[in-house]
Design a protein around this ligand. Structure first.
Ligand code: SF4
Length: 349
């Protein structure tokens, strides 16, 4: 029997409890005012009528920024790429043609409670609706998490579905963020999946090592190392400035613990839409032992149009990246198109 993983001291839960939950506090901590921010943004995309998203938008998708992530922002810089990812601008209230609530076809891919299947051999589990940060461009910001299992007992029919289908070889734990489950709950879920012989890999899609590095506990590492199935950790970092201090330590710890660690990023206007930003991100990832995996074209979710980079610009950035990085350092530039049998590499020919 594998050794039981004891939950670590709860340090990360305290860090999460202390996260910033208001745009005003965020700006105050950075020495910025709403007016400063508004005038700084004018010219790239006008903010009207006020700088921040409406109360209704914030009720549905509140501000959430852990202290660790905040500490990596540059004080006094309204264009800071980390701040841009989490500050709820009034642009989120705008509707736009082609921007919808389920841009990636999650609901049509639902096979059972919390189970999505889009591609052969793999299923994705919506393990929780919770995240440690609220990325304003989130592709699942409108996902109906309340309809999915919440307690571990509610997973039994989904686990049975996976156990009965021998064509499934990989389970992707997603959400929300699967590392929001505490070590005990995560272990219970992983052990149930690990007992299914035809599951060869368990993949963890998580942003917590980037935004809440204290989540990378001894218990978590021991759990991953103890699995029969091959664990694969896919983190989500969009900018080299994220990969500093405690985050760099946590990511390095993961990459040196004996399992593959990959990164997926989203191409975001005003955050990382330059060759320099993308090159710096790839180089920093490689320094930390993480392989750049995907650069996603933005999923066209309602309220996120201000983040979209035209595909032609993305292609040019990607072309120039191939000139300055080794092949293994260039992420695949992809878009998710609902109903297709795999992600679509760009250009889509
Ligand atoms: S971590 Fe992922 S799921 Fe969570 S808010 Fe950010 S993009 Fe959305």
């Amino acid at each position: 029997m594998p050794e039981t993983v004891q939950e670590s001291a709860g340090h990360w839960q305290r860090d999460l409890a202390n996260a910033v939950r208001s745009a005003d506090v965020l700006l105050e901590r950075l020495g910025l005012t709403a007016e400063q921010f508004q005038s700084a943004a004018t010219g790239t995309h006008r903010l009207a009528p006020g700088p921040f998203a409406s109360e209704e938008t914030l009720r549905q998708f509140p501000v959430l920024v852990p202290e660790s992530f905040l500490r990596r922002m540059v004080h006094g810089d309204p264009a800071d790429p980390l701040l841009r990812q989490v500050l709820p601008l009034s642009d989120e209230d705008q509707t736009a043609d082609g921007f919808v609530s389920d841009a990636v076809g999650d609901l049509q891919a639902r096979r059972g409670p919390g189970v999505l299947q889009k591609y052969a051999g793999r299923v994705l589990l919506i393990t929780t609706g919770a995240c440690a940060i609220h990325c304003r461009y989130c592709f699942r910001r409108d996902y109906p998490y309340v309809d999915e299992p919440r307690r571990l007992e509610e997973w039994s029919s989904s686990i049975a579905l996976i156990a009965e289908d021998t064509s499934i070889h990989e389970v992707i734990l997603s959400g929300g963020d699967p590392l929001m489950l505490n070590d005990g709950r995560l272990e219970t879920l992983c052990r149930q999946l690990d007992q299914i012989e035809h599951i060869e890999r368990i993949r963890f899609h998580t942003r917590l090592p980037i935004v809440l590095p204290s989540r990378v506990t001894d218990g978590l590492i021991r759990l991953l190392q103890s699995l029969r199935a091959q664990p694969i950790v896919v983190v989500h970092s969009n900018h080299a400035s994220e990969l500093m201090s405690d985050c760099a330590e946590a990511v390095k710890r993961l990459s040196r613990s004996g399992f593959p660690v990959l990164n997926q990023a989203v191409l975001l206007r005003g955050v990382n839409d330059s060759v320099e930003a993308q090159e710096a991100l790839s180089r920093r990832l490689l320094q930390l032992g993480v392989m750049p995996y995907y650069l996603h074209q933005l999923d066209r979710v309602s309220g996120t149009r201000h983040f979209e980079v035209p595909e032609a610009d993305g292609l040019e950035i990607h072309r120039r990246l191939r000139e300055v990085l080794p092949g293994y350092g260039v992420p695949r530039y992809v878009r998710e198109i609902p109903g297709r049998k795999s992600k679509t590499e760009l250009p889509d020919e």
